[in-house]
Design a protein around this ligand. Structure first.
Ligand code: A2H
Length: 259
């Protein structure tokens, strides 16, 4: 575990129409799922967003009338980083009309605009291993470079009953394949896929093998990887991480967040 403060980039994924049925009061507002990432330079490879169906989330007022969805814990942290409408406070927005708490289940299937992704829109899908005690409780999915994301997306693709259980339709999952975005020496341009194949990872619950897959690709991807898409093509990952983070912040598509 990190000893000092941890910096994340929060990626603002705007919910597009049609809004999920539960979010009746969202109409006419700019509402974002805010996903915490350590790897902003991988955003070119987003294929979906992960929410935990059983987890409780909160929608809060941010600057310029924007609404952010995160855990309450993250909303409180954001309030003290001058990211909410009023410093030190988080004002709840009731997106549901039934007065019940907002859950991941309510967000499933939301159609999203994901900054930098080559897919024009992506969808919010279920992941069971999301923790409530770090980041925002919302995770963006980059299956090309994250073994956890690859295994979870493949589970949804392979298991129709798993999709059906959560009301996820085929069009939200089947068209979305890992995008080659970073070349990693020895692992090619879909490093997470290569590592999962080498280790024969069978599902997102294959925790030991996934830990080993992550061990193999994370550090190598960060220190030896080269970007192969977009304006930074040919540059080293470690040299562009901050640059891409700042570009996203400048365009209003991300914020820097500490915890
Ligand atoms: B990373 P750290 Cl391509 N629960 O983003 C579980 N996982 C979470 C989370 C939560 N509440 N919040 C964030 N995360 C994930 C991209 C990525 C990430 C890539 C490669 C490696 C990687 C795409 N998913 O993380 O323990 C998010 O996934 C490697 C560590 O707080 C976030 O960055 O350091 C990372 O874990 C933060 O984990």
């Amino acid at each position: 575990e990190a000893v000092g403060p941890q910096e994340y980039t929060l990626i603002k994924m705007q919910i597009l129409e049609p809004f999920p049925a539960a979010l009746q009061n969202a109409l006419g507002r700019k509402v974002f799922l805010v996903a915490a990432t350590m790897r902003p330079e991988t955003m070119y490879g987003q294929t979906n967003c992960w929410v935990q169906p059983e987890m409780t989330y909160i929608a809060t007022e941010h600057k310029n009338g924007e609404v952010f969805i995160s855990t309450e814990r993250a909303a409180r942290n954001m309030a003290y980083q001058d990211m909410t409408a009023e410093f030190g406070k988080f004002v709840k927005v009731e997106l549901k009309s039934d007065g019940k708490p907002l859950t991941g289940q309510d967000l499933l299937g939301a159609k999203l605009k994901a900054p930098l992704s080559s897919y024009p829109h992506i969808f919010a899908l279920p992941m069971l291993n999301i923790r409530g005690d770090k980041g925002t409780g919302i995770v963006t999915s980059v299956p090309s470079d994250s073994p956890d994301d690859f295994a979870a997306l493949r589970d949804l693709k392979n298991k129709q009953p798993f999709r059906a259980k959560y009301g996820i339709t085929d069009d939200m999952v089947l068209p979305f394949d890992p995008i080659p975005i970073i070349d990693v020496p020895g692992y090619g341009n879909l490093s997470a896929v290569t590592a999962c194949e080498q280790l024969k990872v069978v599902s997102q619950n294959d925790r030991e093998k996934l830990a080993e897959a992550k061990e193999r690709v994370y550090l190598k991807g960060f220190y030896e990887g080269t970007i192969i898409v977009g304006p930074h093509t040919g540059k080293k990952v470690q040299d562009v991480k901050k640059v891409i983070q700042q570009e996203l912040v400048k365009s209003g598509e991300a914020v820097v967040y500490m915890e």
